[in-house]
Design a protein around this ligand. Sequence first.
Ligand SMILES: *Cc1c(COP(=O)(O)O)cnc(C)c1O
Length: 499
Amino acid sequence: MHYESTRGGLKSLESAEAIKRGLAPDGGLFVPDARVEMTLDDINKLVEMSYQDRAVYILKKYLTDYSDQEITDCVYNAYTTEKFGDDRIAPVYRLNENVHVLELWHGPTCAFKDMALQILPHFLVKAVRKTGETSEIVILVATSGDTGKAALEGFKDVGGTEIIVFFPNKGVSEVQKYQMVTQEGNNVHSIAVEGNFDDAQNGVKEIFTDSGLAEKLESANYKFSSANSINWGRLVPQIVYYFSAYADLVKNGEIQLGEKINFVVPTGNFGNILAAYYAMEMGLPVNKLICASNDNNVLTDFIETGVYDRNRDFKKTISPSMDILISSNLERLLYEVTDRNTWLINEWMEKLKFDGKYSVDPVTKKKISGVFWAGYSNENETMKTIEAIFKEYKYVIDTHTAVAVDVYDKYVISTGDITKTVIVSTASPFKFNESVVKSIFGNDSVKGKSEFQLLDVLADKCGLSIPVGLKDLDKKPVKHNAICEKSDMKNIVKGILNV
Ligand SMILES: *Cc1c(COP(=O)(O)O)cnc(C)c1O
């Protein structure tokens, strides 16, 4: 198995090289050059396995240049009961006969990013060794909240790496900010930027592409890499939990082996749902993949019309991790559904860059709508859904998961489809506690209370315990208090690396 760029510029790379580079030099994303097959027999074997063994089984098929022992080491170091607080790692919760919830937020930072960012550093350290790389790897991250903390936690004290995270000073929640500024570890740096997420992201992109800086880094023996979901090493671990959820449903007698199911995925950068698509292409019995968006509903429009148009207002919502107008990983889907037509991909991505808009041909559109159904949930609907699910099931969901549940309801009303369905739950309700408490208990219940006080309110009123990663967060010492102007980001990086 080798990897190639979606824009045709690079072919036949080993997975270690693709993971180390993150992004292809032609601006494309790395994709596997062959289809991986999972038969029903293979899936049946997963049924009696632990999450870790399921992961080894599937990852081996993609990371063919890693030895079995290397993959086993990565998996067993990443997915521990200690870090995930649950030996099932990604448990499936039965809401009712038809609907199950795949809980992906038991990791140390309480969001699904941990599923990939706990293992990526292990892949990367081995990739560095396997490719004979002698430089120290500097991970640069711009975050709107969840990725930054998950990356800091994943890379902390990982030898041969240094991690620098930039977050918008006023663009993240109190909980998210405290998670980052109290981060422990000897190789971690988190810096607030005076600006919004786009400013942070643009600053990081400029640093990445600054050739003068790259030269300085090289002579100081450093190299940049990325922990964003464009990195194949972040995407591939996400395929595992779709198979794992299916195997659990078979194990619990909820479905027959071979029976098709739906997945509903709250979507931003299209990374999570793309992993579901790969799982389906490998042979996982899937009926529909339901793409759920918030008010930033670019993807809903795209899947319905075939026109991708980012020329619209960016809306700040209560599901901030999905506030995004350019879903980078869509490029990988387009590559697959056009039978790897790099010429088309280049054309569309150029149009996106210069006009903020492109439209796909009718054949491509039809292929996409054959697999995906799309919908979106507005702010009011999202809050109503949190309340309704709590009232009916005494089950508490976060805002992102609520978007998925609401879009699923719309799907059922629109199609009448009663296929068994898994809702992908991407964050702990404690992480977005203010919106959750307000949705269930009304405006007065949050008045005058900080997000840290609301952790206790949510725990008390709903009979839940506060996740370890969030407990007493406000009492931890602040270790990172740097705030910088957007124009100063490069100097900050130079200062940290002493170049
Ligand atoms: C990142 C994130 C998403 C969006 O996932 P994508 O892979 O970017 O589509 C959804 N929910 C939460 C809580 C997230 O952190």
